[in-house]
Design a protein around this ligand. Structure first.
Ligand SMILES: [Zn+2]
Length: 170
């Protein structure tokens, strides 16, 4: 799995991606004074524009619901993406080549949702294969093999040993 996107690439994406262009794909903006554009907020229902973009600063803010941030925050929220996905999408549209940290260090501030889903998927899979080892008739050979090696059920569970039913093998 790819590691974290390098910080300098994230900075480059922020610099190159025009928040005005990105927001205009979702919101009709009109001039609202020097350096400021206004439109109807995509994050809450409103009839009078209180969603403000400052292209020079690279930020947006809604005075109605309080949403605000930079171009990456906007893409995350409007398209329901995690940080990495939002940066990847903006990198494509702004022509930035991304580099990733090697070693997959802590992905702090990034994609906690994706990590949690992966952990849950692994846990569910381990449980499924663990149950299969204990309960399935076709897993008897596996059980006998483990018992022959001195593994009882508790040890199999502790080491996360499971059995993949024939139909579930990939
Ligand atoms: Zn709003």
């Amino acid at each position: 799995m790819a590691g974290r996107i390098k910080a300098e690439d994230v900075a480059l994406v922020k610099e190159r991606a025009s928040i005005e262009d990105v927001v205009r794909q979702h919101v009709t903006l009109r001039n609202a004074g020097p350096g400021s554009l206004k439109g109807l907020c995509p994050f809450h229902d409103e009839k009078t524009p209180s969603f403000t973009v400052r292209p020079a600063v690279g930020s947006y803010h809604c005075f109605g619901c309080g949403e605000g941030g930079d171009v990456i925050d906007f893409v995350r929220k409007v398209d329901h993406l995690d940080f990495t996905e939002a940066v990847e999408r903006l990198a494509v549209s702004s022509g930035v080549e991304l580099h990733y940290e090697e070693g997959g260090g802590p992905r702090q501030g990034e994609a906690p949702g994706r990590r949690a889903r992966l952990v849950e998927a692994h846990r569910a899979a381990a449980e499924f294969y663990g149950d299969a080892l204990i309960t399935l008739g076709e897993a008897r050979q596996g059980r006998d093999f483990l018992r022959g090696k001195g593994f009882d059920g508790a040890a199999a569970k502790r080491f996360g040993v499971g059995y993949a039913p024939v139909g579930e093998r990939t």
